[in-house]
Design a protein around this ligand. Sequence first.
Ligand code: PLP
Length: 413
Amino acid sequence: MNTTLKVINDMDYWNFFNASLTKMKSEGRYRIFQSLERCVGEFPYAMRQTSNGTQKTIIWCGNDYLGMGQNPDVIASMIETIQRIGAGSGGTRNISGTTNPHVFLEEEIATLHDQEAALVFTSGYVANETTLATLGSALPGCVILSDAHNHASMIEGIRHSKAEKIIFKHNDYGDLESHLQKIDPVRPKIVAFESIYSMEGDIAPIQELAEVSKKYNALVYLDEVHGVGMYGHKGGGIAQMRKISHLIDITQGTLGKAYGLMGGYIAGKAPLIDFVRSMAPGFIFTTSLPPSIVAGAVTSIQHLKQSRIERECHQSNAAYLKKKLEQTQIPYLESESHIVPVIVGDAKICKEVAKKLLNDYDIYVQPINYPTVPMGTERLRLTPSALHTFEMIDELVEALTAIWDAMSLKKAA
Ligand SMILES: *Cc1c(COP(=O)(O)O)cnc(C)c1O
C-alpha cells in the first residue's frame, strides 16, 4: 500500500537523543558502567577485562556491606531451592507466584523489625515508590512531609501519589514541626525520611523526628535501607540499635545491600501492610521474586540475626579507614556510619581520580556525580565492607594520597 501520510511533526528524535547525550558527556555526567565479575571466595575482589587481559580488581564502592552475597550458606540455600522449586516463581503474588519461601520471608522480616507483618517487593526502590504512592493517593487529603535529602525512590513515590508534598530541611525536626503546625489537624500526614543517608552517611535524629510526627498524629515512614543487617542486635537497623522501633509505623528496607541479594520490603502493623498488599499496583501487577532469591534472603536474615562478627568487622574497618584518611588529610565527610564519602567537588576531576585508581592501582570506586549529588560536591563514596582488611585499607589510602599529590588536589585542613 502506498502511504500518503502527511508528516505534520518534524521532531528529530535521534538528534534530540544524541544532543542530550553529548551535553551530558561535555558536563562530565555521562555514566559509564564498569563491567566486573566477582569471584566466589575472593570477596572483595573481582575480575575485570582490560586490553591487557583479565585484571584482579578490588571493589571499594559495593553495597554488599557484609559479604553476604558470597556467603556459602546463602549460596547453598539458593541452589537447593532452585533444584527443588525451579527457576522463576511462575506468577504474580496473587496469581500462583506465592511460594512457601515468600511466606517465610515475610514472617522473618516482621520479627526482624518487631512488627506485626511485612510485605516483600521486587526491590527497595519499588517498595518505597509503591508504598508511598499507594498511601499518599488512598488517604483522603493526605500530606507527605519529605526530608530534603530523601532517595529518588521516595521522591518518585510521593510524586506519583499526587498528594500534597512538603519538603522539610534535612534532619531538622524543628523545621518539620513548623510545617506540621500549619497543616489542618484533620488531614492525614506521612513523614518520610531515612535512617542513614546513602550519599553522606549521616544518621537522622530518628527519635526526635518520630516524636514530632506523633505529636501531630502523622504516620512515620523510615527508609532503613543502609541500616538493615548492619545495626541493631538482630540487624534490624538504626531504630533497633537506638531501641526506638516502636516509634516507627512503616520500616522500609532492602535485601540488596547488607543481605547480599535483591528485593525490598515494608514492615508495620497488620492492617496497614494488608492495605498496601491489597491496593498497591507495584506489588500486585508484577511477577514475584524467584523463590531461590527469597530463600537466600531468609538464610541471610537468619544468619545476621544471630551472628555479630560481620557487624563488628564492618564497623572496625570503617573506623580504621576514617582514621587513615584523617591522618593523610584526604577530605571526607565525617559521620557515625560506615559510608565514607571522599569529596572531590568537580565532576571531571572526580572521574579522573576514579580512572587513575582503576588503571594504575586496580582499585574500583565509581565516581558519584550530579544528579545523584549536588553539583560541586562530586565524590568517591567509599564503602568498606566486613571483609576488607586493614592492609587493603592501607593500600587504598596510599593510592589516594599519591593521586592527590600528583594532581595537586585540595587536602583537608
Ligand atoms: C539503594 C536504595 C534504595 C533502593 O533499594 P534497592 O533494593 O536497591 O532498589 C532505597 N533507598 C535508599 C536510601 C537507597 O540507598
